[in-house]
Design a binder for this molecule. Structure first.
Ligand SMILES: Cc1ncc(C[n+]2csc(CCOP(=O)(O)OP(=O)(O)O)c2C)c(N)n1
Ligand SMILES: [Mg+2]
Length: 371
């Protein structure tokens, strides 16, 4: 029997295309450092733009020195950041001191710029507990190694801020790989349902270790995942500091005005390996791809723009580089001078009131450590 051909109830192709059409990439500076979108230009003074550049240059040096300290065996875990400065530093620059940061393992620069002393960032790298104890008033959590977990925590922190009537936001970062985790969906969905003042950043650096971005989702963008959570999503050129700043600032304003969370996808690239633990990026990325992304470099682009306005020079840049090197030297010295952690430290920092079994163990280790 010939079956009747069924009429499609909806136009699947059109439905998808109409969603994807909403996620054009926001860009303000092109690769030549020219303004291509004057209307989106953020409200930043000359001094503020110079400070943003200063922080990005400083962070590039911090990355280079961290890699070399790691190779000398003077740092432990380290995830390189070069290439991601606009994504990390310009999004952070859009925040206020009273905002909370819930970072992933690659997001050490943002928490340092938020006030975590550099020597503590080095202690974190070494697995020392003091690296996980930010000073009072520095609103950062420790970098999360479990990918995506900080998305749920951010929904909670943001809801807490709202319930306490604070004029501040919680921001978190994950990667393109992290956006495939269940936690990612749960976090953005919950924050959307409760209109929590959260900013969810996905730094899409094209790879999750060696897994390419197109294996993460059939969606053309990661930003469009916001649609299902009923929150705004925006795709931004993550190599363009001004564009990243502008969209994050807008997301922050919406959040503190009670308009809920935003999902931001920053389209970017990491130049180095995934971490210093030994992956070899040449096995999963071509040198052509590296070169193509290096042409988009966030520092080169912003430098050209600032130089064109007479706001940046080689002298200024060298000053920043020298300052960064000096600070890093002092910080690693301070980290070296921090007493080694002991088992009694771990027991003491975990609880306000020790359970009985740990009280017993504490005595045993006090005894051992006194010898
Ligand atoms: C829940 C979980 N699964 C697996 C891992 C192992 N792992 C560490 S990083 C990583 C890739 C993450 O890639 P992406 O989210 O794109 O972030 P990127 O490293 O590129 O910044 C994986 C699979 C982990 N840390 N946590
Ligand atoms: Mg990635």
């Amino acid at each position: 029997m010939a079956s009747k051909s069924k009429k499609a109830q909806f136009d699947a192709k059109k439905a998808l295309e109409s969603i994807e059409a909403q996620f054009e990439m926001v860009q303000i500076l092109n690769e030549e450092g020219e303004v291509v979108n004057q209307d989106a230009m953020p409200d930043l003074s000359d001094e503020q733009m110079q400070e943003l550049m200063r922080r990005m240059v400083y962070t590039r040096i911090l990355d280079q020195r961290s890699i070399s300290l790691n190779r000398q065996g003077r740092l432990g875990f380290y995830a390189p950041t070069a290439g991601q400065e606009a994504s990390q530093i310009a999004s952070h620059y859009a925040l206020e001191k009273n905002d909370w940061i819930l970072p992933g393992y690659r997001d050490v620069p943002q928490i340092v710029w938020h006030g975590l002393p550099l020597y503590q960032a080095f202690l974190f790298s070494r697995g020392h507990f003091k690296g996980n104890q930010p000073p009072e008033g520095v609103n950062v959590l420790s970098p999360q190694i479990i990918i995506g977990a900080q998305y749920i925590q951010t929904a909670g922190v943001a809801l807490g801020l709202k319930k306490r009537g604070k004029q501040s936001v919680a921001i978190t970062y994950t990667g393109d790989g992290g956006s495939s985790q269940g936690d990612f969906y749960e976090g953005i969905n919950f924050a959307g349902a409760f209109s929590a003042p959260a900013i969810f950043v996905v730094q899409n650096n094209q790879f999750a270790i060696s897994t390419p971005r197109d294996k993460q989702t059939a969606g053309q963008t990661i930003a469009q995942k916001a649609v299902a959570a009923g929150i705004p999503g925006v795709l931004v050129d993550g190599m363009d500091a001004l564009a990243v700043y502008a969209v994050t600032r807008e997301a922050r304003e919406r959040a503190v005005n009670g308009e809920g969370p935003t999902l931001i996808e920053t389209h970017c690239y990491r130049y180095g390996p995934h971490t210093m633990a030994g992956d070899d990026p040449t096995r999963y990325r071509s040198s052509e791809m590296d070169t193509e992304w290096e042409r988009k470099d966030p520092l080169v682009r912003f430098r050209k723009f600032l130089e064109g306005k007479g706001l940046w020079s080689e002298d200024k840049e060298n000053e920043v580089i020298e300052q960064a090197k000096e600070d890093i030297k002092a910080a690693i010295k301070k980290a070296d001078g921090t007493p080694k952690q002991k088992v009694t430290d771990f027991i003491n920092i975990m609880y306000e009131n020790l359970p009985q079994n740990l009280e017993e163990q504490l005595e045993i280790y006090k005894e051992k450590e006194s010898k």
